[in-house]
Design a protein around this ligand. Sequence first.
Ligand SMILES: [Zn+2]
Length: 413
Amino acid sequence: MGNMPQSRDRRLENLNDTLRRAREKSRFYARFLPDGPALRLRSLDELRRMPFTEEPDLSLGIEEFLCVHPIAVARIVSLQTSGSTGAPKRIAFTDADIQSIVRYFSFGMSQIVRPGERVMICLPGDSGYRVPHLLSLGIMDFGGFPTVYGPISDTDDAVKFTANLKPNCIVGIPVQVMALAERCAEANRVPRPESVLLTADYAASSLKRRISEAFGCRVFNHYGSTEMGYGGALECSHGSGLHIRDDDLYFEIIDPRSGGAMPPGQEGELVFTTLTRKGMPLIRYRTGDFASFIAAPCGCGRTSMRISSPWRMRGNFLQLPGRRLTMPELDETLFSCPQVMDYSVSHASTPRGDLLLNLRVWASGKFRLSDTSKLKTLVEDILPDCVRVDIKIAGADETSPGLLGKRLLGTVA
Ligand SMILES: [Zn+2]
């Protein structure tokens, strides 16, 4: 499969090759990377000398980044940038890049699913060469049977589909799979999968626990993005962090203000460099996602570096007096309440000048009005005294943000 951890030498060789090709062939990197011996690194750590690539840089167009003739591009993916300037960012992949993605998916899924088993893929992207398609190719590669269901917008329909397909594994978006798992548990006769793989959004440990309990199965977490070639890092069965896809990617965790390296255990911004990408290599790309390195060896024996579960900083924190309130903190607290299925947040100032946090909560049928005050206490416990909390329960006819797509706290302070 070629996806076992490579030696540092091999990775350094690939990194130097990437730097050389980017400097020679990409118009963007020709302007920013040094020339001559300064481009030849003697260790992976020396990559720190190179400049960052920022998300808005990608709006300059793939022509600036391509390292192959345009005819060699097999697939271009357009993404909306998170900024307000509007120009989409586009990522180009060659056939070799796509094969590398499929290989990684095959390696990752073969850790979770055995040949002959069924996988239900509940992810968006119905056109060719998006994640469901590439994941299917990876699963078929080792003899698994993938079925693409798509994102779960109608939980009852997904329960019926699950009952018919009897998947051994379900791959999907955290809040959507949690709704499916709990509805399946209520429906009683629906066969339970043996594993769940969560991706495309942050998965709090309280949420993972609820899926694990509802299905009675193992729950794995995956992190990735289009820029990094979809696959980035995957949890092993020891559940203590995500193993990095280190054949193909070099990760750094930096202080977002100074750009300096953060020590293991301390959270910072994830930065990656592609090591094997042919069409459009990216060097020191700032993801805007936050995580920390885990230094302790993993019980599974693999030596690849691990990271904590990453979360997207932009749009996902509120600036409170004295500190930030982040989406992982709110997720952990709210999803620890068994009836909470999803939520959204907005904030305002009270006439007295206090901060008022307005929580809109999507609750299951078992939620009682008396649970609202318990929930309020839970949230107030993680907040400073000067923050007031108001909780409104969303109506049964309102669609929750998690069923519509990626959740955001909705406010950037
Ligand atoms: Zn492990």
